[in-house]
Design a binder for this molecule. Structure first.
Ligand code: 8ID
Ligand code: ZN
Length: 354
């Protein structure tokens, strides 16, 4: 009993405004290709990437019309005929992440960088995403959700969580090291604070406003720097780290601002993990000092199937918690406005069961 039509949020053309449609067709069982599955959605988080896609402010172009959304949880209600060796079953609760599918056979996939696969399909970007009641996804890449873990709470682990989990995993930090998180009060950032704490790192959180300050302090940030109030962010980080600077920065701000001082407040041997994705900015690094101070600059892009499972496992055990507010999908436009103005602390999650 899969309905013929559904409610979705759609962007009809590049940079256009969002429309809520109640009569969007639902893909039926007979129309699923081998390897595809149909998921009845329960919840979807709203990532700043969805806003970049809707605004068309990236050098990559999304499909149109576009149903955005790429961190969602739901139940498999149909699987395409002739799907061999499916790792998931009908009735199973799974997550949809940004990386909807990859070939699993190329060098990138074999090396575990599935996100760099030339045949990658991207949820809410090159294929329709999770701002819908029913989504077509791919059995090989959906992620089983640990039993008993609330769907609304799990949703944002599928993008925000996995992304910062992986960035911190590869940040070459050790227990007791200092890590700076610009954008700490946002969706990715507030989870980065917690994954960093879980690894025994000392967190210096950079963002703005009292609400975000309280949030990140409650999550275990040791130092707070308000980027709108600080007179000298580099000096503030140096002071918090006993004069030497931090061992790593995981930059999760959606604008280039969060990157500006990062190379200056890092100590020798440190690692800059580039995560936030402003569309046009460049990173201005001195070649001389990058070499002389042995600085690593690493681009970190979402995560593979294993990263997703690891990030979810920690969250299901309560080691990290998504701080979220649930809304109706009709609120998508308001949510984007709030994000643009920096007013969203943590995440907004859409309840898709209503
Ligand atoms: O795979 C990836 N690398 C990946 C995955 C998912 C998302 C990258 N992203 C990108 C998004 O496309 C976006 O560019 O990460 C960025 C952050 O996504 P988000 O966490 O979903 O956005 P948000 O909730 O709006 O949080 C951003 C925070 O940055 C702060 C804002 O106040 C907000 O709390 N911020 C800004 I804008 N400028 C800042 C600055 N100069 C800053 N914080 C510190 N310093
Ligand atoms: Zn995302």
């Amino acid at each position: 009993n899969i309905p013929k039509v559904q409610k979705v949020a759609v962007v009809p053309k590049a940079g256009g405004t969002i429309e809520i449609k109640n009569d969007w067709p639902v893909t039926q069982q007979k129309d699923l290709k081998p390897g595809e599955c149909l998921i009845k959605m329960e919840a979807s988080g709203c990532c700043h990437t969805d806003l970049h896609a809707a605004l068309d402010d990236w050098p990559l172009k999304a499909k149109t019309p576009l149903i955005g959304g790429h961190e969602g949880v739901g139940t498999i209600v149909a699987i395409g005929d002739h799907t061999d060796n499916s790792p998931v079953k009908l009735g199973e609760r799974v997550g949809i992440k940004w990386l909807a599918d990859s070939c699993l056979n190329c060098e990138d996939c074999r090396k575990g960088r599935e996100q760099n696969c030339d045949h990658a399909k991207l949820s809410g970007f090159t294929v329709d995403g999770t701002f819908a009641e029913y989504v077509v996804s791919f059995v090989r890449h959906v992620t089983p959700i640990p039993e008993g873990f609330d769907s609304n709470a799990a949703a944002s682990i599928l993008c925000a969580g996995v992304t910062v989990y992986r960035a911190i995993k590869y940040s070459r930090t050790e227990q007791g090291d200092f890590i700076v998180i610009p954008g700490a009060g946002g969706g990715l950032g507030h989870l980065a604070v917690q994954y960093a704490r879980a690894r025994g790192l000392r967190v210096i959180a950079i963002d703005t406003g009292d609400h975000k300050k309280k949030l990140v302090q409650s999550l275990g940030a040791e130092t707070w720097i308000d980027f709108k109030e600080s007179k000298d962010i580099v000096a503030d980080v140096k002071k918090a780290t006993g004069g030497k600077g931090a061992h790593s920065a995981v930059v999760t701000s959606a604008s280039s601002g969060g990157y500006t001082q990062a190379l200056e407040y890092l100590r020798a041997g440190a690692t800059l993990m580039a995560v936030g994705l402003p569309g046009e900015a460049t990173l201005n690094a001195s070649i001389f000092f990058t070499v002389f101070r042995s600085i690593s600059i690493i681009g970190s892009y979402v995560g593979n199937r294993q990263d997703a499972r690891e990030a979810l496992e920690l969250a299901a055990r309560g080691v990290v918690k998504v701080h979220f507010e649930t809304r109706d999908l009709k609120e998508l436009k308001n949510t984007y406005d709030g994000m643009s103005n920096g007013k969203v602390a943590g995440r907004i999650v859409f309840d898709l069961t209503k």
